[in-house]
Write a protein that binds this ligand. Structure first.
Ligand code: DC
Length: 230
């Protein structure tokens, strides 16, 4: 039987991490874990309970609620990936809004939140056969991952992608606002004290500003196949 490896994909927002991760999970029959969805779900919980908004963050109160936040993924056959459930409710749509994107970096900077989610992620990936994407997978969650990828692209290109995604979903958004959000999240995610977004030393970098997903996927599959044959 083939051995099952652990694939860590980190990088900035809207760099196609989740697209590549979903394709890999499908091809190799691995579990895909979107760790950003978990930070987004905690943020949605905090927003719904008035613990965070643009002008405030009730950090202590949120920390004291962490035990009552249950996060689960449930595979949706029609979509081909697992959807995020917060306390048993499907929140896949709500967590992808610009409102949540504007608050998530603040919540993700809280060490207690990170500790809870990292422990859950380690549990989900403990048997290998997993593709996990996020910001700290190759550095903190699985520092011994078999394959580490680091995705980048220019902020403009990423904002254009995010803008199109949200417009296609019918959201009423403004491009400048999206570009600002992409840049602001890069800044907060890369400069926070706990587990900042950095490229792991042994990660392989992909800049996909001008590279199509297919070409990139092919290159990444070659890397995976090489690992599997080691
Ligand atoms: O991947 P995403 O854009 O859905 O992630 C949302 C936010 O969650 C991102 O701005 C930073 C945070 N995040 C994190 O801090 N660590 C992770 N492993 C994944 C996401």
């Amino acid at each position: 039987m083939n051995r099952k490896i652990t694939i860590a994909i980190d990088g900035f927002s809207s760099t196609g991490k989740s697209t590549i991760a979903k394709l890999l999970a499908k091809k190799y029959n691995y579990i895909y874990v979107d760790t950003g969805a978990m930070y987004r779900a905690v943020t949605l919980f905090a927003k719904m309970n008035k613990l965070v908004d643009q002008d405030y963050l009730k950090k202590k109160e949120l920390i004291s609620c962490l035990n009552s936040i249950s996060l689960t993924f449930q595979f949706n056959k029609d979509l081909g990936f697992a959807e995020m459930f917060l306390n048993k409710k499907n929140v896949e749509k709500e967590i992808r809004t610009l409102q949540v994107s504007q608050l998530v970096s603040k919540v993700a900077a809280i060490s207690e939140v990170r500790r809870k989610l990292v422990a859950e992620q380690q549990q989900m990936g403990k048997d290998g056969g997993v593709v996990m994407d996020g910001r700290d997978i190759g550095t903190v969650v699985f520092p011994d991952a078999d394959l580490k990828l680091f995705m980048t692209a220019s902020a403009d290109k990423r904002a254009i992608r995010r803008y199109k995604e949200l417009i296609d979903k019918g959201d009423d958004v403004n491009f400048e606002e999206i570009l600002f959000n992409v840049q602001e999240r890069d800044r907060i995610d890369s400069t926070r004290e706990d587990s900042p977004l950095v490229k792991a030393e042994d990660a392989i970098e992909f800049d996909n500003s001008d590279m199509g997903i297919e070409e990139q996927f092919e290159r990444i599959c070659n890397l995976v196949d090489r690992k599997l044959s080691e």
